[in-house]
Design a protein around this ligand. Structure first.
Ligand code: MSP
Length: 502
């Protein structure tokens, strides 16, 4: 049977510097979605990658005495290592220096030119001769170049413009009517506020002075503006060659995850490119908030950056993924701190899930087969209600709410243990003991499915402990979510602490 497809993307990351917690946030979120959709049996394509062209990258490479390509190769390797450490299950890592991508960019520009959406003009701006780049007034420090503290010159250069202004009305209509869906609602309102009060100007889509980029196919003196180059990755990443009649089976994206700082690019410029190509718009642009650290913006100059590797060293990869999404609503800014992470880890993972697993499985260990005798209606009802809430939260990308459902089911199990006191039953009522342990083990199987998109490695380890291997993964979701679907458990492995207290 043909599976439904699901296409999810992250922004492609600048390679001026190594990955940081902000880039981890977008990527882990997309991975959680991809894994959740795979769990539902969908044919998922998850794209991430690197944004490698432009003068900033060329300058950074120069500072390090490297050729741009040599530099980007080095940084891309650090991204890939980190994504492996975090178990990011991308289907493709696209690089804007990939030849196939560059060809698609050139092809798309030709299409836009043929449609008369591109014209020649000139760009005037403040230019630093040493940086070899234009600056906006806002970027200057005391009216001088922020890097060289030198005066800038007024420079005019030839370039090509995209008629972005032509898309103002169609974009307003499509966004208002929800055909171009932007969430959360406040981000949709933000962009509509902008579009209905300001004039959308045409945008310069090429640069003469920037050499590190994709050449404009009909004018080799010019290179493509990095944002146009970068946005096209969502098309070229699917192997699209530029024929609007032959888009990939995954097109359009079901969900594009971006941070709030790049909303305009992903609605105005991206929207205009897609409308020009006359292909379907993405089904959803989801805009997440920013992570701050103890109330401050994370930045190298403030010295308050937490390196992703450090978090993984402390909490492990899975718990890091969990902690990034358990506190706050995904669409909001969230203020993190190491001490909050320690508290949450100990409360929810070490004392919560970890403790439930070790209490249950320690009692079950060496007791032979623990069989289903009769279906416990209370558990059945609770678990199916939890699945309903969990699925609704996950579909709405309300990850923290999905994790609350997971925690509520753990609390339900813990109360059940305290009430039933299985360690006492063991001495006097073997049947009663087995019934309690069966219910708890079966509940852990459900909990484990819920946590799988967040903590794939631990979930795998726990399925193994439950004596469930490949067959569990091969089940359809409908079956996996049924209470008492597994009828016999046999716990034969000694339990190590899954989440040691920190
Ligand atoms: N290269 C562009 C994207 C091009 S997509 C066609 C870019 N790259 S970036 O590396 O600067 O940022 C990538 C993502 O990280 C963005 O979604 C951005 O919002 C996100 N974050 C950067 N700092 C962040 C935080 N402190 N917190 C959360 N996410 C933040 O933009």
């Amino acid at each position: 049977m043909k599976k439904d497809t699901f296409y999810v993307t992250t922004p492609i990351y600048y390679v001026n510097s190594k990955p940081h917690l902000g880039t981890v946030y977008s990527t882990v979120a997309a991975d959680i979605i991809a894994r959740f959709k795979r769990m539902q049996g969908k044919d998922v394509f998850f794209l991430t990658g690197s944004d490698e062209h432009g003068e900033k990258v060329a300058l950074t490479a120069k500072k390090h005495n490297k050729e741009p390509k040599e530099w980007v190769d080095e940084i891309v390797a650090t991204y890939k290592l980190l994504w492996d450490r975090l178990n990011i299950s991308y289907n493709k890592f696209i690089r804007t220096t990939d030849k196939e991508h560059e060809k698609t960019v050139a092809k798309i520009l030709e299409i836009l030119k043929e449609k008369n959406l591109i014209y020649e003009g000139s760009y005037t701006g403040l230019y630093c001769l040493e940086c070899e780049r234009f600056y906006t007034k806002k970027e200057l420090v005391d009216n001088k170049c922020p890097f060289h503290q030198k005066d800038l010159v007024n420079l005019k250069e030839k370039c090509y413009f995209l008629k972005l202004s032509a898309f103002q009305k169609p974009l307003i209509k499509l966004i208002e009517e929800g055909e171009f869906r932007i969430e959360p609602e406040k981000r949709k309102n933000e962009i509509l506020g902008f579009l209905t009060t300001e004039r959308l100007e045409d945008v310069a889509i090429s640069r003469e002075k920037v050499k590190w980029g994709v050449q404009i196919p009909w004018d080799r003196e010019q290179t493509v503006y990095v944002w146009v180059d970068a946005l096209i990755n969502y098309l070229s990443g699917l192997g699209w060659k530029g024929d609007p009649k032959k888009t990939s089976k995954y097109w359009p994206p079901d969900c594009q995850i971006i941070g709030k700082d790049i909303l305009r690019f992903h609605t105005l410029l991206w929207g205009a490119i897609i409308l020009s190509l006359e292909i379907p718009l993405p089904k959803l642009i989801f805009v997440h908030g920013f992570l701050t650290l103890e109330g401050q913006k994370m930045s190298k100059s403030l010295g308050n950056v937490i390196e992703p590797d450090k978090l993984i060293d402390i909490f492990g990869s899975d718990a890091t993924r969990y902690l990034l999404f358990s506190f706050f609503s995904f669409g909001e800014d969230c203020d993190i701190s190491l001490s909050k992470f320690y508290d949450e880890y100990n409360a929810k993972l070490a004392n919560g899930y970890g403790n439930l697993i070790s209490r249950t499985l320690t009692l079950a260990l060496g007791k032979g087969e623990i069989k289903l005798k009769k279906v416990d209606k209370k558990f059945e009802k609770k678990v199916s209600a939890c699945w309903r809430d969990y699925d609704a939260s996950m579909e709405g990308l309300k990850f923290n709410q999905a994790l609350e459902v997971f925690q509520a089911l753990i609390a339900f199990c813990n109360e059940y243990i305290d009430k039933k006191k299985p360690w006492e039953l063991l001495k006097k009522d073997k049947e009663g003991f087995e019934e309690v342990i069966y219910n708890l083990t079966e509940a852990i199987r459900h909990l484990n499915w819920m946590i799988l998109p967040f903590m794939p490695e631990k979930a795998n380890q726990i399925f193994e402990l439950l004596g469930l291997g490949k067959t569990e993964y091969e089940k359809s979701q409908e079956l996996a979510k049924e209470w008492a679907e597994v009828k016999v458990y046999k716990i034969s492995e000694k339990i190590e602490r899954i989440f040691p207290r920190l």
